[in-house]
Design a protein around this ligand. Structure first.
Ligand code: SF4
Length: 390
């Protein structure tokens, strides 16, 4: 097995959106962050299995060097129906692109999976690209996402395209440009089946190089000068210092009411509304941090650690079933109707819509306030309710 290549953790491609927008966060990229999140392990295992499936489908697998998909599935701790669907879907999506490109150029394209790419932006900088294809004048970067927040391959607030994919595109081009000298176009593709979000952005090699020179390099320079410039954003949730960052804590200032008032006006509430999710995320992270630290022995002044509620669990179900049966008691719970998602899966969308939809009601209280830009249709509340304001 080849030795894994160790890359600088400061300029990780996967965290590029964060460090490009918040230089302070880069100082803490070496810290573990959310790596103990079970979903992170789910993602890692999905990527390995998906990569093996791609190579097997294209008969490119070197079984002496790498493990087969069935070996990886056997070793995986989180393999389930969801992972099966994700990995098989990812493999056929990639093979579909490969075959389409093959037809377009009239011969086999070059394909690589889970490839470490060196980046000439800083010493040891680099990252692992999920899948890359080179077909004639086109270089394609495909990224599998297993999270539930939709990710776009296109422009972000400060970048002409997804920063992580842009860096892979740059590293991929640099690695192979001398062998495949025709490359002009770059396709950045996100495959995210967890929220039915597959999207693609097309750009050029010139734009990718400009992105490296005009956006990445100035940021790398600032970070290497230990800039403390902090700029909170949606990426704070995954930052290793997300609970202690004083810049992020400034979000709470938005709810400071003026001393000479007892009630907030509607206008003041409207000023707070767009920040509510950020505030909730921040206080949740802060509360989790305090609890974690208390569990590891820290004593917060004025607070103590207690058991929230005692939960009892059967440790050996088979033994309990046997005892109940010996006692002539039915050990099983009553049959319960499966949930809406499960029933849709069992019946199929069309049959569910036709036969079950008439029995589905929206429960009281399941409303949510969203900005006007949200694509959902607005509902009308009745006037009586509307006029019942305090
Ligand atoms: S919590 Fe947010 S603002 Fe603070 S360093 Fe991290 S990314 Fe930057």
């Amino acid at each position: 097995m080849p030795e894994p290549i160790m890359h600088s953790k400061v300029f990780q491609c996967s965290k590029a959106h964060r460090w490009l927008n918040c230089f302070l966060s880069a100082k803490f990229n070496e810290q573990p962050g959310n790596s103990d999140n079970p979903r992170t392990l789910f993602g890692t295992e999905s990527h390995s299995i998906g990569a093996a499936l791609i190579l097997e489908s294209l008969n490119l697998k070197d079984y002496e060097e790498t493990k087969s998909s069935s070996e990886l599935i056997k070793e995986a701790t989180m393999y389930d129906d969801e992972m099966k669907e994700i990995t098989e879907g990812y493999a056929s999506f990639v093979v579909g692109i490969y075959e389409a490109e093959k037809r377009r150029i009239g011969h086999d394209p070059f394909i690589t999976v889970e490839q470490h790419l060196d980046l000439d932006i800083d010493e040891d900088a680099g990252g692992t690209m999920d899948c890359g294809i080179i077909a004639g004048d086109t270089l394609i970067v495909i990224d599998l996402k297993t999270g539930f927040t939709p990710v776009s391959s296109g422009p972000t607030e400060n970048s002409p395209f997804n920063e992580q994919l842009g860096l892979y595109g740059y590293g991929f081009y640099q690695t192979y440009k001398d062998i495949y000298s025709e490359i002009k176009k770059v396709r950045l593709v996100i495959y995210q089946p967890t929220c039915k979000n597959t999207n693609e952005f097309e750009t050029t090699v010139d734009e990718i190089i400009k992105f490296r020179n005009e956006l990445i390099m100035p940021a790398v320079k600032k970070i290497n000068e230990l800039s403390d410039e902090a700029n909170p954003g949606d990426y704070c949730r995954y930052c290793p210092i997300n609970a202690r960052c004083s810049k992020r804590a400034e979000i709470l200032k938005v709810v400071e009411s003026k001393k000479d008032k007892t009630l907030l006006s509607n206008e003041e509430i409207e000023a707070i509304l767009p920040k509510l999710d950020e505030i909730i995320d921040y206080v949740t992270d802060l509360r989790d941090y305090c609890l974690k630290k208390a569990i590891s022995g820290h004593k917060w002044s004025g607070y103590k650690l207690v058991v929230s509620k005692v939960s009892r669990k059967i440790s050996d179900e088979k033994a309990v079933i046997k005892i109940c049966e010996q006692e002539g008691v039915d050990p099983y719970a009553n049959k319960k109707l499966a949930g809406i998602t499960e029933l849709t899966k069992r019946l199929g969308k069309d049959k569910f819509k036709e036969k079950i939809n008439p029995y589905i009601t929206i429960q009281e209280g399941s409303y949510v306030l969203v900005p006007n830009s949200d694509s959902r249709e607005e509902i009308n509340v009745n006037k009586e309710e509307k006029n019942n304001e305090v």
